[in-house]
Structure formats: C-alpha cells, structure tokens
Design a protein around this ligand. Structure first.
Ligand code: SAH
Ligand code: MG
Length: 211
C-alpha cells in the first residue's frame, strides 16, 4: 500500500466530523496547491481528534509543507454533554471536562505525521494575535456559534497570502440543513472581494485568495 493510501485509510478510520468525500476533496485540492507551492505553512482551526489533520497532513507531507492543527481541545458548544455531538468517551475523569488532546496526539502519532503536523493548543483568537506567519492554506472548522465562527474568520483569513487557499467547513445555505455561521463567513469572504470560489464538495467550500 502506498503512503498516500495508508494515510487516506487512517483518515477514514479516525474519529471526527469529516465525511469521506469532503476529506478527499480537502486532500486533493491541498495536494494540488502544495505541488505548485511546496514547503508552505498551513493551518486548521478545529482539530478535534485529528481526522481532518490526516487528510491535510497527507497532502502536507507529500509537498514538504507544515500543518498547524489548532484547538483548545475542550470541544465546541455542540460537543458538550446534552448536545448533539457529545461523546462521553472523551471526558477526562479527573476534571469531568471534554478533552480531545490525547486522542488527537494518538491519531497524529499512529500516522507518523509528527514532523508534518504541529499541534497548537489554545484559544483560536489568542493564538492568532501572536501568529505572524502568513498562511498558504487555511481551513476553518472550529466552533459554529456565530461569534466564534466570525472571530475565527476575522482573526485568521487576513493571514492568507495571494493565491493561497481558504477552506470553510459546514457551509449550509439553507438553515434547514445546519447552522448559518459558517455560511455567513463564507459569504463575507466572497463579498470582501479578497476571495473567489474555486469549488465545493458537500458542505466544504474552497476559496482562493486574489489579493
Ligand atoms: N476538523 C475536525 C472537527 C473539528 S470540531 C475533524 O475533522 O473531525 C470543532 C473543534 O473546534 C472542536 O474540537 C473545538 O474544541 C474547537 N474549537 C471551538 N472553538 C474554539 C476556539 N475558540 N479555539 C480553539 N478551538 C476551538
Ligand atoms: Mg466541521
């Protein structure tokens, strides 16, 4: 089995919120970008247990890029007890809080991607304020509450370089299909004139920075 297939299999088997068709699209588009612009700096907001990191990390490894995978690792609102996406196996018995850090670390280690993927443990906007490196690829998949999604967009999207990529996950034009915050920031990115749409797969939108 090739390294590419090994990592795609591991990604498919990993715990998380990334349908296979969308993960494959993430991988393919990032790979195509990395081949044109190798050695880039990539970042994802919203790591959870490392599933999307394996799709992006597969492409990053092949193109000598580095992926920062950012999360405070205590889950979003929708991951807490009583909400739709709660997973009791991820609760830390010591403090009763959700904690995905160990699971994330095991996922990255099992894929032997520790020299390609760098974990950033912290609040998205705090990290962003101190993160000066321009981004070739940005994947926004953090909290979906309106203020959280907007804060991610405002903090991180200005760091994307010209011709760089912005992926946004969980974009649903129709409120019946899902929360509207990712859709709002996707619209804002297009309306800003800095990004144009390059493609989509399921709820994943692919934008390219034009300025
Ligand atoms: N990309 C993941 C899913 C991410 S779920 C996958 O492929 O499965 C969203 C994640 O965003 C959660 O793990 C949550 O802890 C994180 N998150 C939410 N708000 C955040 C914030 N303000 N700063 C850092 N991480 C945040
Ligand atoms: Mg998502």
């Amino acid at each position: 089995m090739s390294r590419r297939e090994e990592l795609l299999d591991l990604a498919e088997g990993a715990k998380g919120f990334m349908p296979t068709n969308e993960g494959l699209a993430l991988y393919e588009v990032a790979l195509e970008y990395g081949r044109r612009v190798p050695g880039g700096t990539w970042l994802e907001v919203g790591a959870w247990c490392g599933k999307s990191a394996l799709y992006l990390g597969n492409a990053a490894e092949a193109t000598e890029s580095v992926l920062y995978s950012l999360d405070h690792h205590h889950g979003s609102e929708e991951n807490q007890a009583g909400w739709e996406h709660f997973d009791s196996t991820l609760v830390d018995p010591l403090d009763g809080r959700l904690n995905t850090l160990l699971s994330w670390q095991r996922t990255i280690a099992s894929a032997r991607l520790e020299e390609t993927i760098v974990g950033l443990v912290g609040h998205s906007t705090v990290v962003a304020r101190h993160f000066a490196q321009p981004l070739d690829v940005l994947f926004i998949d953090g909290g979906h509450a309106r203020d959280v999604a907007w804060a991610d967009y405002e903090a991180w999207s200005p760091k994307v370089i010209a011709n760089g990529l912005l992926f946004i996950h969980d974009v649903f034009a129709d409120p019946k299909d899902g929360g509207q915050a990712p859709y709002e920031i996707y619209r804002a990115a297009l309306d800003s004139g800095r990004f144009i749409e390059r493609g989509n797969e399921g709820s994943l939108r692919v934008l390219s920075c034009v300025a």
